[in-house]
Design a protein around this ligand. Structure first.
Ligand SMILES: Nc1ncnc2c1ncn2[C@@H]1O[C@H](COP(=O)(O)OP(=O)(O)OP(=O)(O)O)[C@@H](O)[C@H]1O
Length: 287
């Protein structure tokens, strides 16, 4: 198949999530004020935004746990406002709060929940997948925060969901645990699971997401590949060296000139473009 034909075939596939004109008010608060989104099948989609932006409200509507005021929403081809048991079994959810079946061991907890699903994963394979083999016999209560989070993820994917929602999955993780967790998520994505992730960590969105939606004041204020979001890739580069710095559209030329001036290595050279954080902070507070 040609690339064009592949692209056309991909676009013809129904998106995993389609949202048009979504709104939700709590009294006077317009928590969601007209959101449009498409999440493609098999992609990792991150929702970023400051506290109170409307992320959780949006995601809870998509999960079928919150009603909406208006707008069209389709998740795996169904309206989450009328969730069926079969539809729920196709979706995995990892909430912010850790599970509380804490007196059971990891293996017992997973065996218990595996019963609820028609095509659940093999429990020992799942324990291995989330990196808890060493702790399988420990009570969930005795695990560290990061290990508990792995149990949460295991519970989220035990029914082989086609679509997985992760709400701030690595809050409170140390950097190493976060990296390991990212590998786990990448593995799930590689196997074809569509993943919707809310996070406050920009580097997490950058590491994991194919596309990012920045939500502020109940609306999507930017949407796209994290590498190019908000014109990052084409913004002026900053060339810095020991004796100065300059912002330029042609950093390669600048470096060549500097190299000629110094007769080779340029002392203290760095070339940077706006980080995702720079772009994000501008987007959420454009003033
Ligand atoms: N059940 C509720 N009743 C009244 N107001 C609510 C309710 N839930 C959320 N809100 C308000 O709606 C707005 C959006 O909240 P939401 O939790 O969706 O934001 P968020 O982007 O998920 O924030 P955070 O990053 O802090 O989790 C906020 O102003 C919040 O106070």
């Amino acid at each position: 198949m040609t690339q064009a034909a592949t692209n056309a075939a991909t676009e013809a596939v129904t998106p995993a999530i389609r949202v048009r004109g979504l709104t939700k008010r709590y009294g006077d608060v317009h928590a969601v004020a007209g959101i449009d989104l498409d999440v493609r099948q098999g992609e990792v989609f991150a929702i970023l935004g400051p506290n109170g932006a409307g992320k959780s409200t949006t995601v809870e509507i998509l999960e079928g746990y919150r009603t909406r005021d208006s707008g069209e929403v389709s998740v795996l081809g169904s309206d989450p406002g009328r969730p069926t048991r079969l539809w729920r079994s196709r979706i995995g959810i990892v909430l912010q709060t850790a599970n509380d079946a804490a007196e059971l061991s990891v293996r017992e907890t997973l065996r218990h929940f595996a019963e609820y699903y028609p095509r659940s994963r093999n429990v020992d394979e799942l324990i291995e997948l989330v990196g808890l083999t060493e702790s399988a016999s420990k009570r969930v209560r005795q695990l560290s925060g990061g290990q508990r989070r792995r149990v949460d993820v295991a519970l989220g994917v035990i029914g082989r969901p086609e679509l997985l929602f992760l709400d701030e999955p690595t809050t409170g993780f140390d950097p190493e645990a976060r990296r390991q967790f990212w590998e786990l998520i990448e593995g799930l994505a590689h196997d074809g699971t569509t993943i919707v992730l809310t996070t406050h960590y920009l580097e997490e969105a950058e590491a994991l997401a194919d596309r990012v939606a920045v939500v502020a004041r109940g609306r999507v204020v930017a949407l796209g590949d994290p590498a190019t979001l908000g014109g990052r890739a084409t913004a002026k580069a900053k060339v810095t060296w020991s004796d100065g710095s300059v912002e330029t559209d042609t950093p390669t030329q600048t470096v060549l000139e500097l190299s000629a001036r110094y007769g080779g290595e340029v002392p203290g050279l760095s070339v940077t473009r706006p980080t995702l954080e720079d772009v994000y902070l501008r987007l959420i507070d454009p003033a």
